[in-house]
Ligand binder design. Structure first.
Ligand code: C2E
Ligand code: MG
Ligand code: MG
Length: 603
């Protein structure tokens, strides 16, 4: 007998078969007493030892032959003469259809070259639920017309349980024990499916901790981790049992609230959370302070799947942070139903101011005699998303109450200066631009100096600026107003009284005001055709203008009839949709070029 260990050795390498064996056995192996062949009947024995179900299956007839282990795996006695139906009957009802379809495919779909399927069986003998895996292949020589499969079936329950366990570990945040992203998706997709079926609502809170990073950076991750654990506990204490609290990672948490109601709504929960996380954290002899910014999205209003709800809540959270942190925001800024609409608008305004996100539109003002554009009014807009803008009536009150109005006013003045310079460079003759000034802005200390600084910065000739103030703004604190307006006009800036007509008290007072123009309140202009009183007021304003040598502008003209009425009574200028709606800067430039080329072609 040859010594197998001495075959084909590379010099210096250990003998084949391994060094350990060679040393133990003193370098020699006892020769086998005799050579033998693998016994033919070893397979059934091995199958029994390995608890392996063996089977043969004819898809065309559905005939099945299997060993005793196959029966036992399905909860049948080993010696049972089992047919395919007997085994199928033991399969968990949720899996049975799938197995039947796979068996049918073996018969009909000749592309199927293997069977590989996992299913659960409900064993009736011991009541256990077990996972089995069946694998098979067609026997060589069984052609497309007649196929005969052989295969094995294994109990894979232990592996399945381990896998499930692993998934749970993966899906749970090991630090806080809260569901992680995976589990959140699983839970929330159930909740959403249920909410869809029952037509109920839901809310998603996206919570981001403010000032967490400095804690980690200053005191180390150990302290940071302990804080996160306490945060998780506090969050759980703020919600009901049926709500879900999860951790997305880092300092981001999520709360899903199925079927919120008036008493227990997302805003209430958000307030609870903000209050709770605002309490000091005591960790490792340290007293640490945090706060939270929370974004809220609502199902179904802001999205019907988890991704869009999370995205909306994340976006709202971002706005909350922009708004100064330690607050909550609902998604969708123009939703009337939302409780903190003003807070959202304020944060949008801040965002727009920080990122140059505001827009000015320009509405032409027409000379009634010549029909030519003589000046243009700049009108502010807050763009939200593509095609969505907020009009001043919606955001000006918020800007005033939040104190942002002066920043807005500054932006408008500087943008008008920039735009004016741009049009001049583009070859358009200079034209006055009318800018609306809010009452608060006009009354701020040093307004006049501020206005002049702004003009100086942009290099705009003051003659090309007209400020528009509401009648009421000027009449409040007349002596100061008069002094300020006088100064402003001395610089060459023109002044108009906007929305004029309702608050006027005496001609004596008006004659003392240093103004150039009266703009008839469009409330009256728009009802000239049908309301005699409006006609009377328009007539009075026109008469006043004439006697005080002030220009009068008819604003809000929407029809030929109103235009003719005012034109016939000596109104100087006209503004309104009848001529043009407010235009973008580019459109207004085009408007003027067309007007220019039309005038040139006439002469
Ligand atoms: P306003 O100064 O009296 O501006 C005229 C308003 O009437 C504008 O509304 C304009 O779009 C609208 N309008 C013009 N023609 C017609 C028409 O024929 N029909 C109708 N229905 N409306 C017409 P907008 O742009 O919504 O502005 C509203 C108000 O917001 C302005 O009234 C002004 O008081 C204020 N505002 C606008 N921009 C600014 C700004 O930059 N700063 C300040 N402080 N206020 C502004
Ligand atoms: Mg105006
Ligand atoms: Mg007006």
């Amino acid at each position: 007998m040859r010594d197998l260990t001495n075959q084909a050795r590379v010099p210096g390498s250990p003998p084949l078969g391994g060094t350990a064996f060679a040393q133990q056995e003193g370098g020699t192996r006892p020769p086998p007493s005799h050579a033998f062949k693998l016994r033919d009947d070893i397979l059934p024995l091995a199958a029994t030892l390995a608890t392996l179900g063996l089977w043969e299956f004819e898809p065309a007839s559905g005939a099945l032959a299997g060993n005793g282990t196959l029966n036992r795996l399905h909860g049948l006695p080993a010696d049972h003469d089992a047919r395919t139906e007997d085994l199928l009957a033991r399969i968990h009802p949720e899996d049975r259809g799938r197995v039947e379809a796979a068996l049918a495919a073996l018969e009909h779909d000749h592309e199927v070259a293997r069977l590989d399927i996992e299913y659960r069986v409900l064993r009736q003998d011991d009541g256990a639920l077990r996972w089995l895996r069946a694998s098979g292949a067609p026997l060589a020589g069984s052609g497309p017309g007649f196929r005969h499969f052989v295969g094995i079936t294994l109990d894979v329950t232990d592996g399945k349980l381990a896998e499930q366990q692993l998934r749970v570990v993966w899906q749970r945040d090991p630090l806080t024990g809260l569901p992680g992203r995976g589990l959140l998706y699983e839970y929330c997709s159930h909740l959403l499916a249920m909410a869809h079926r029952t037509h109920s609502s839901g809310a998603m809170l996206f919570i981001d901790l403010d000032r967490f990073k400095p804690i980690n950076d200053t005191h180390g991750h150990g302290v940071g981790d302990l804080v996160l654990q306490q945060v998780a506990k506090r969050l759980l204490a703020c919600v009901r049992q049926e709500d879900i609290v999860g951790r997305l990672g880092g300092d981001e948490f999520v709360v899903a609230i199925p079927h919120p109601d008036d008493r227990y709504g997302p805003a209430t929960v958000a307030k609870h959370i903000i209050r709770s996380l605002g309490e000091p954290f005591h960790v490792a002899n340290l007293q640490l302070h945090l706060s939270a910014s929370i974004g809220i999205s609502l199902y179904p209003r802001h999205g019907s799947d988890l991704d869009s709800l999370l995205k909306a809540a994340d976006h709202a959270m971002y706005m909350a942070k922009q708004g100064g942190s330690n607050r909550y925001r609902f998604f969708n800024p123009i939703d009337e139903g939302s409780e903190d609409r003003d807070m959202q608008i304020e944060s949008l305004l801040r965002q727009a101011l920080d990122n140059d996100g505001l827009q000015l539109l320009y509405q032409p003002v027409i000379d009634m005699q010549t029909g030519m554009t003589v000046c243009v009014e700049a009108l502010l807009r807050l763009p939200l998303a593509v095609g969505e803008v907020l009009a001043p009536d919606a955001f000006l009150p918020v800007a005033e109450s939040s104190g942002l109005i002066n920043r807005l006013g500054d932006w408008v003045l500087s943008e008008v200066g920039r735009q004016h310079a741009h049009w001049c460079l583009a070859g358009l003759p200079g034209m006055p631009i009318c800018v609306n000034i809010a009452p608060q802005q006009f009354r701020q200390r040093g307004f006049v100096g501020h206005l002049m600084d702004s003009l100086n910065r942009s290099g705009m000739d003051p003659r090309f600026l007209q400020i528009e103030l509401k009648e009421s703004t000027v009449l409040e604190g007349v002596p100061d107003s008069v002094a300020a307006l006088r100064q402003i006009r001395q610089f060459g800036v023109q002044v108009a009284l906007d929305d004029f007509g309702s608050g006027f008290s005496s001609i004596g007072l008006l004659s003392s005001l240093p103004v150039d123009t009266l703009k008839i309140d469009q409330v009256f202009v728009q009802s000239i055709a049908q309301d005699p009183q409006s006609r009377a007021i328009a007539d009075t304003v026109l008469a006043l203008g004439r006697s005080l040598r002030l220009k009068v502008v008819g604003e809000g003209i929407e029809s030929e009839a109103v235009f003719s009425y005012l034109h016939d009574r000596g109104c100087n200028q006209a503004q309104g949709y009848y001529f043009s709606k407010p235009l973008s800067a580019g459109e207004f430039e085009q408007w003027r070029r067309q007007e220019q080329s039309h005038a040139e072609s006439v002469h």
